[in-house]
Design a protein around this ligand. Structure first.
Ligand SMILES: C[S@@+](CC[C@H](N)C(=O)[O-])C[C@H]1O[C@@H](n2cnc3c(N)ncnc32)[C@H](O)[C@@H]1O
Length: 272
């Protein structure tokens, strides 16, 4: 779905934003096209939300308008001034998203969440720690959204192109974890309760969205009548160089393990 289609099908968040006259909100315009794809499902369904980064409280007002006044909003900000913005249905915790004890305490006090939105300090350690502690609080089928991930490319936020430890590099590494069932023995990727519960990762300009759902071991299956002789990839026969021979020996070692494709084979129900 293109951004244009999305806007055509649900531009109400954009309309609400551009007609907003309440407390100050600060959003990139294109976020308002992306959010409805993931979040419209919660409209009128009293979602439970956690937003990191309150600022003037404008986004809290926008969420109330978009999801309904009876949604339950939890928010975090380092600025004690923000506690003035608490109101019915809005609980604000004052502390730093870079403080593990504080985040664990918040996590302990709040119910499971439909989605988390990290629009806080945008430093690498803040985004990473918050993700590790708060992703487990997201319900199955929910989302963990990190905004303004362009800071992963900005030195003043601890970023830099392909620099180790940025939130974007962390998110890229989590793509490998999505493929854990297709890897060979000894292939080293992160596999734990968090990675096992990431169903998909969507990368946008300045935003990363993690869709949460427990992944079971996948399997492939063939059903139906065979109709053609399958294409066989021709083996290229030519004298092998030393490096090619070493490579071939290494591949042979791998071939002795069960190939992941075989491991995930659900069999064939062939109709004659
Ligand atoms: C971009 S503003 C939030 C904007 C708001 N969500 C909106 O859409 O209008 C970022 C907020 O994060 C807060 N902040 C900065 N560092 C923080 C930290 N370490 N922990 C929690 N909040 C932090 C700032 O005080 C500020 O209010």
């Amino acid at each position: 779905m293109s951004s244009k289609d999305r806007t055509a099908s649900d531009n109400s968040m954009k309309d609400l934003f551009y007609s907003h006259s309440g407390n100050l909100i600060h959003k990139w315009d294109h976020y308002l096209d992306i959010y409805p794809t993931y979040l419209s499902q919660y409209r009128g369904r009293r979602p439970t939300i956690l937003e990191i980064g309150v600022s003037h409280g404008g986004s809290i007002q926008l969420w109330k308008q978009f999801f309904g006044n009876d949604c339950q909003i939890f928010a975090i900000d380092i600025n004690p001034e923000c506690s003035r913005l608490e109101e019915e249905g809005v609980k604000i915790f004052i502390g730093s998203q870079a403080d593990a004890n504080f985040l664990n305490e918040v996590a302990h006090q709040i119910p499971d969440l439909d989605f988390v939105l990290d629009d806080g300090g945008h430093f690498m350690d803040q985004q990473s720690l918050s993700f590790e502690i708060l992703f487990p609080k997201v319900k199955q089928g929910g989302q963990y959204i990190v905004e303004d991930t362009h800071t992963s490319y900005w030195p003043e936020f601890g970023g830099g192109l392909r620099k180790d430890g940025t939130f974007i590099e962390k998110s890229k590494a989590l793509i490998d974890s999505l493929y854990n069932y297709h890897l060979f023995e000894g292939d080293n990727v992160r596999t734990d309760n968090i990675t096992q519960n990431i169903e998909s990762i969507s990368f946008f300009d300045s935003m990363v969205i993690f869709q949460k759902r427990l992944r079971a071991q996948p399997f492939h299956k063939q059903i139906g009548k065979k109709t053609i002789n399958p294409y066989v990839v021709p083996e290229i026969k030519k004298p092998k160089s030393l490096s090619e021979r070493i490579l071939a020996m290494f591949s042979k070692k791998q071939a002795e393990e069960i190939h992941p494709f075989v491991r995930n084979d659900g069999g064939i129900d062939e109709i004659k």
